[in-house]
Design a protein around this ligand. Structure first.
Ligand SMILES: Nc1ncnc2c1ncn2[C@@H]1O[C@H](COP(=O)(O)OP(=O)(O)OP(=O)(O)O)[C@@H](O)[C@H]1O
Ligand SMILES: [Mg+2]
Length: 215
């Protein structure tokens, strides 16, 4: 894949405060194609805030986020086509089955051979048996697997994940590690917040600690 080693995502001087409390103090880092950066630090240190600023869900007070050198504007379809994100705000249509969710995303993103892709992904995340269930009837770990599958079913060059290990069992974390290593090998970039030392050690090329930066 072209562009390997070149910054895909550039975060520069990012600041974010809530009232008197400054959470991001001028954060600067890059994520390159084929690279994973782990966002680490204690509860409340700004990991989700950082990811939400990158996703465009929250506006930073200052600083910039660029994708391939251009400002990352979430409302731009070309930008949205490159980003796949999973965080706690992931929601499902209550009346679409597991397989229908993935099929819909595949269709929206023009995934070739969508049926086969969805079938393979369902098998991979262990939801084949639940394929016709509605999201509300899934276990919490199964819902997490569906959220992750929703990101993996679509084309993307940057994956943004907030604690993707949440609610996964040991086998699920092992699967996630393999998936993220495959993502890097295919030239994808990954920015993920995590508290899971095993996942971070296995996948991350670099770490970013929002709570330890000072402006
Ligand atoms: N909308 C908001 N209004 C006020 N304070 C906020 C808001 N959102 C986040 N904060 C505060 O910003 C700080 C960073 O929160 P954030 O969710 O980014 O932490 P985190 O590193 O993701 O923590 P965790 O490991 O618990 O997920 C916290 O002190 C939080 O209370
Ligand atoms: Mg968080």
């Amino acid at each position: 894949m072209g562009g390997h080693g070149q910054p895909l995502l550039q975060v520069s001087g990012l600041r974010r405060r809530f009232g008197e409390h400054e959470v991001l103090h001028g954060l600067t880092f890059d994520v390159r194609a084929g690279q994973a950066v782990a966002v680490v630090g204690p509860n409340g240190s700004g990991k989700s805030t950082l990811l939400q600023c990158v996703m465009g869900i929250q506006p930073p007070d200052s600083g910039s986020v660029t994708l391939r050198g251009a400002p990352l504007v979430e409302s731009d379809p070309a930008v949205r086509a490159e980003l796949a994100a999973v965080d706690d705000s992931v929601d499902f249509f209550p009346d679409l089955s597991v397989a229908e969710h993935l099929g819909l995303l595949a269709a929206v993103h023009d995934v070739p051979d969508a049926d086969a892709v969805v079938r393979a992904l369902l098998e991979e995340v262990g939801l084949t048996e639940q394929r016709n269930q509605l999201p509300g009837t899934l276990s919490s770990g199964q819902r997490r697997r569906l959220a992750l599958a929703s990101a993996f079913v679509r084309p993307r060059s940057l994956l943004l994940l907030d604690e993707p290990e949440q609610r996964l069992d040991g086998q699920g974390v092992d699967w996630l590690i393999g998936r993220l290593l495959d993502e890097k090998a295919a030239g994808g970039a990954v920015l993920f917040a995590s508290h899971h030392a095993g996942l971070i050690d296995a996948v991350a090329d670099a770490r970013c600690e929002p709570g330890r930066q000072s402006g």
